[in-house]
Design a protein around this ligand. Structure first.
Ligand SMILES: [Zn+2]
Length: 119
């Protein structure tokens, strides 16, 4: 039986950001309508996430991917700079789009205070 969802979300495991990410997705009208992959570091773990992206794609045909990195990410270790997150988010987007050119990939940086979209 076919069952589709609108989006796939990829985020870090960090408990401090789980509710913020969920609230953001719900605010986008995606409640009950997204697949979820959680891996330490999110964009840092894109190679591991790709298998889940493919399976989500095959089973549920989402049209959008939300990729959430966050401030103060332990998986990133010493260099947690915004520039490094942005650079890795963009690399991850390229990797997803190379294999799945029909998807729209949205890059997000989650802070303690706010969530910022990255172009
Ligand atoms: Zn993290």
């Amino acid at each position: 039986m076919n069952h589709h969802c609108r989006a796939l979300a990829i985020s870090c495991i960090d408990f401090r950001f789980v509710s913020k990410v969920r609230k953001y997705l719900v605010d986008q009208g995606l409640e009950g309508n997204y697949d979820l992959v959680s891996l330490p570091g999110a964009s840092l773990a894109i190679d591991e996430a790709m298998k889940a992206v493919e399976i989500s794609n095959r089973l549920h045909q989402p049209s959008e991917v939300y990729l959430f990195d966050h401030e103060d990410c332990g998986a990133y270790g010493e260099d947690n700079s915004k520039e490094r997150h942005i650079s890795n988010l963009k690399k991850a987007r390229d990797e997803i789009l190379t294999l799945n050119p029909n998807l729209t990939v949205k890059l997000m940086l989650v802070g303690f205070e706010r969530i910022e979209g990255i172009d």
